[in-house]
Design a protein around this ligand. Sequence first.
Ligand code: ADP
Length: 522
Amino acid sequence: MLESEVDMNDHDEETLASLGRDNDQLMAKNHALAKALSRATQELAKAKAQLNQLAGPPMTFATMVRVRSAKTDEQGVQHASAEIAAGTRRLIVPVAANLQASRLEPGRTVLLNENMVVVSQLDTDTLGAVRTVRQTFDDGRLLVADGGGNATLVRVVGTLVGETVNVGDRVNVDPSMRFALSLVPPENDGDLVLEEVPDVTFADIGGLDEQIERIRDAVQMPFQHRELFERYDLKPPKGVLLYGPPGNGKTLIAKAVANALAEGTEAGRGVFLSVKGPELLNKFVGESERLIRMIFKRARERAADGRPVIVFIDEMDSLLRTRGTGVSSDVETTIVPQFLTELDGVESLDNVMVIGASNRIDMIDPAVLRPGRLDVKIRVDRPGAQQATQIIRHYLTDKLPLSANVDAKALIGVLVNDIYAQDEHRHLCDICDDHGQWRPVYLADVVSGAVLKNIVDRAKTYAVKLSITTGQAAAIGINLLAKAVDEEYCETRDALLDADPEQWSRINGLDAGRVTGIRPVA
Ligand code: ADP
């Protein structure tokens, strides 16, 4: 009995232990299940929220125009309506009762719910369209225009109300194109206008005596004898146009003028402000007017203490092209008048003078060249052999190490003969004019002051190289100069191989008229 009791007890204990273990296992399972359940509940809630979000009605952005009416009833509930603009639509919509109508400001972005009720007002937009101010009105409106010159009337709102807005400033306009929201800081245009105090004088320029005399009469005389001009009721010109192919001294002349004007006056040295027409046009589409204004403003500032200032506009034809020619989206229709306004205003300051340079005088708007404007037109052509001699004299002098038994004069004589030779070894190509006539082109036909200087510089470079290898100063002589001309000739000839006739006639402006074909030399 005792034994079986013991047995029994043993058995019971064993069962109990196993039950306990089962229980623990079940508890753990239960726990895990409960955990999974609560996770599933969470997931479900999240999914529900996401579903709700996905199913939520869209809100619409709109621009607040004005509050139409706002009343509060006996219960203290506000009933207000507002005029808003969304895209091209203008609507009158209710304002949510919890949104204070008096806080709604014109030009601000508002949110509309699916029932088209204004439910909230957002911050002023800092992104969006930029327009240039063309005209300001006392009633707070502005006439603004885009790059293509399309004008719109907008109203100044928000923080812009207290600010001074000037013609030429840029403003950020709201999406409905009704409000100017803020001023956009001007782009950095400092590098577009080069300013220098040049040290070039007329004496540094070769072969252009005639042109220099004309420009002196036209510009320097009225400047230095102002009283006499007044006495005889003569108006000095506002500017001069120098025209002709590139590299022949137009810039040099303009710089020398800046210098010459200051001569014999107390004014100090002249200032030379220069801009390149195409750069102005490209970098600031729709903004060139602002830049033109900026240039003249700068000129006036520099001239304020009586110093003569030359505003030099290179490649003027690209900027002040005849209006209505349909090229480059007709920006000239706005730039030309802007330029004329500024030029006509130069009168009040007679020490500012505009000098334009161009290779295409025929492209410049005639209004620019009318009497009282840039009415002095001076042609600066390619140098002939005689002028070439005078130019080279500035670069090839007796001060340089020259070959024994020759002086600079003799070397220049030989050099010029070589450059201007009309024979096969200086024959560049043949061109065909629009009558179908072919004719040869020689190096002399495309030579410029800049090319002449370059030839001499080449010879000087050979001499420097020789000096380095031999350890003693190498002399410049006929051989080095001939080598330099040869190299210039070859480079020019090779460049012509891929020239296009159209471009050729534009750049070289030979008297042949339009070039219809180019044939390289065999
Ligand atoms: P443009 O304005 O007509 O394109 P530049 O006046 O800029 O030409 O001339 C370019 C360079 O060529 C000058 O800096 C100068 O070194 C040289 N050069 C051109 N013409 C002459 C000249 N008549 N006398 C002396 N140097 C000249």
